[in-house]
Design a protein around this ligand. Structure first.
Ligand code: HXC
Length: 260
């Protein structure tokens, strides 16, 4: 597939994926969603990629939401199908075996915030803004936002944001636990790359299993989560990375992981 609206650069094990539709503040229409899904699927299959950064083109927006112009004339059936398309993308990011870092470089509204919430870590620039303006349009978040935001920051703060449609600053996002770290815009990409490289040099099977344990564990009872964790822990002893990582420690040298 020819991804007209998505840029993808891969260097030293890190893929930087950029939603590139700046004339519409990177709004997500169905073509952009399909391209993003396709590019991320390719990255998931690429054994050389160990970590992913997701960002938006330009200095104004990460993603200003789902495309309102495309949604405006939709029927109920089409709206449902569109929400399902976005949800499939969000769930795919959550199921990817590689860590995905959102580098939020401006507005992350509606579907844009939902995309960021699907990522494992959110780094944001000081000019970033977050919000769910859906109710100002007569709709609700539809790419998993009602579920993911409430799980991340708790139901009351999520309700305040979703019911008011208010847009909050990056500083507030940090205070509320939406954002992991804030940085001046010119330093955002480097900061995100620094974290991605740190993750990429570790045993990638282990990082993938850790993501799997945390993401899936959140939907389990604590005891089931513990059982799941210990099963994954045990399986890792069948990997070469575990032998290499522990062997390197004992031999007082740096581990060289193969990702298997
Ligand atoms: C389509 C959009 C857009 C969007 C911006 N644009 N956001 N087009 N869908 N979500 C377009 C504008 O129409 C305009 O193009 C260009 O991008 C620049 O935007 P401006 O509005 O001129 O910029 P500015 O005045 O700086 O305002 C920035 C803004 C505003 C505050 C971010 O654009 C805005 O409120 N956008 C909508 C945000 C929003 O409601 N997002 C949630 C969408 S609902 P033209 O060519 O017209 O000049 C959603 C649902 C998800 O995401 C779930 C679905 C199932």
């Amino acid at each position: 597939m020819d991804a007209k609206n998505i840029l993808c650069e891969i260097n030293e094990g890190v893929a930087v994926v950029t939603v590139n539709r700046p004339e519409s503040l990177n709004a997500l229409n169905s073509a952009v969603l399909a391209e993003l899904e396709c590019v991320l699927y390719g990255i998931e299959q690429d054994q050389t990629v160990k970590a992913v950064i997701l960002t938006g083109a330009g200095e104004k927006a990460f993603v200003a939401g789902a495309d309102i112009k495309e949604m405006a004339p939709m029927t109920s059936f089409e709206g449902h199908r569109f929400a399902q398309q976005g949800q499939r993308l969000v769930l795919f990011i959550e199921k990817m075996t590689k860590p995905v870092i959102a580098a939020v470089n401006g507005y992350a509204l509606g579907g844009g915030l939902e995309l960021a919430l699907a990522c494992d870590v959110i780094y944001a620039s000081e000019n970033a803004k977050f919000g769910f303006p859906e109710v100002t349009l007569g709709i609700i978040p539809g790419f998993g936002g009602t579920q993911n935001l409430a799980r991340l920051i708790g139901p009351n703060r999520a309700k305040e944001l979703v019911f008011s449609g208010r847009i909050i600053t990056a500083a507030k996002g940090l205070e509320w636990g939406i954002v992991n770290e804030l940085t001046p815009l010119p330093e955002l990409k480097e900061k995100a790359l620094g974290l991605a490289r740190e993750m990429a040099k570790n045993g990638s099977v282990a990082v993938g299993y850790a993501k799997n344990a945390i993401v899936n564990g959140l939907n389990m009872t604590k005891e089931d989560g513990f059982r799941y964790e210990s099963s994954l822990f045990g399986v890792l002893f069948a990997t070469e990375d575990q032998k290499e990582g522990m062997g390197a420690f004992v031999e007082k040298r740096k581990a060289k992981f193969q990702g298997k």
